[in-house]
Design a protein around this ligand. Structure first.
Ligand SMILES: [Zn+2]
Length: 368
């Protein structure tokens, strides 16, 4: 796989260029066309250069039209795209594009994820070490997967457990669940756990929202009703103001187990929280709060570079899919790839622990 100076593979580099091109399109259909093409390149399982045929044409890739194909061939030939660079210059949006380029640091393409999973020289968790996923959303909030579907898909992926972490009531935009709905959900989880006893365990979780002041949007006695609490920021994700205090406040909140998608960044569009992460990680280590590697391809939060700093701070980790459908459960593989690139030992990853050890830790960690 060819890598550029930025650490991107060609798939990422081409996808980034197509996203830049999408951003300066005047018509909505062409904007969506280039965005779709970028997504298709990022999702390729093989390096794009391997799709080049002896006659110089590109093997057909679904969702990639003729003009995107011309750009891909240009990059494969010259290492860059003069067509796009010139269009950016002429668009008058060069500053905005430059900013967007800064929001793509350490993102992996699907091809890089699979290469990291295969690479035997890397230390860190393998797919076989991974026993369960600890952040996902069901039909009870903004997900499309039922609890039954999560159990079935989890068993099919050889997991021993999954935590259902629907959004808390403080986030109505994501159809956050009320405490009453949570009690109902827990009854449904109890029934499924009784049915699959000894084979698969659903964990009663929540994704609580970290408010701008660092407090969590649920009361302490409410947090105690849950077996697992992910706390994650969903606001103030575009400001460059320092938010170290906010994040430290969140990890110090008794009952919180996992700092979910710590930055809240989004691929090419949102920088997320700015903070002194070494101080946040030190506080998390002290409180025994795990740092999440969120494997949603558009999040990849924290990435392997930042995860390496959390590793040095002595932190525990949670590697999660943040899936909203059973198809997205494979996003956990993106998180595992980052953990491998960061060299995180399996003992530091709570998803690699057997269920009994995990439940024991959940019931005693961080002031429980
Ligand atoms: Zn979230």
């Amino acid at each position: 796989m060819r890598r550029t100076a930025s650490g991107m593979d060609l798939n990422s580099q081409i996808a980034a260029l197509l996203r830049d091109f999408a951003a300066i399109q005047k018509s909505k259909p062409s904007m969506w066309g280039y965005k779709r093409a970028a997504a298709a390149v990022l999702a390729l399982e093989e390096p794009i250069e391997s799709l080049l045929q002896p006659d110089g044409t590109l093997r057909k890739i679904p969702n990639i039209g003729p003009s995107s194909t011309r750009i891909i061939l240009e990059v494969l030939r010259t290492g860059t795209s003069p067509t796009i660079e010139q269009a950016i210059e002429e668009s008058g949006q060069a500053d905005d594009i430059k900013k967007r380029r800064g929001f793509r640091g350490h993102f992996l393409s699907r091809a890089q994820v699979l290469a990291a999973l295969r690479n035997k020289k890397l230390v860190g968790p393998t797919l076989a070490d991974y026993r369960g996923d600890l952040q996902m959303h069901s039909t009870w909030s903004d997900g499309t997967q039922t609890l039954e579907a999560i159990v079935e898909a989890g068993i099919a992926r050889h997991y021993q457990y999954c935590a259902v972490t629907d959004h808390s009531y403080g986030l109505p935009i994501a159809r956050g669940v009320s405490m009453h709905q949570l009690f109902e959900q827990h009854r449904a989880i109890d029934a499924l756990n009784a049915k699959h006893r000894g084979r698969f365990r659903l964990i009663k979780g929540i994704e609580a929202n970290i408010r701008a002041d660092g407090s969590v949007d649920m009361k302490p006695q409410e947090l105690r009703q849950l077996e697992l609490v992910v706390a994650a920021p969903h606001s103030a994700l575009r400001t460059s103001a320092d938010q170290t205090k906010r994040m430290i406040h969140a990890v110090k909140t008794p009952g919180v187990h996992i700092l979910g998608h710590p930055r809240g960044r989004k691929y090419g569009s949102r920088p997320g929280v700015t903070a002194d992460w070494d101080r946040v990680f030190a506080a998390a280590e002290k409180a025994r709060v795990a740092i999440e590697i969120d494997g949603d391809p558009s999040r990849q939060d924290v990435d392997h570079e930042l995860a390496g700093r959390a590793l040095d701070a002595g932190c525990l980790f949670a590697l999660d899919s943040d899936a909203h459908s059973t198809l997205e459960l494979r996003y956990a593989e993106t998180a595992i790839a980052h953990a491998r690139l960061a060299g995180i030992p399996t003992d530091r990853i709570i998803n690699c622990w057997p269920i009994d050890r995990l439940l024991e830790w959940l019931s005693t960690a961080n002031g429980r």
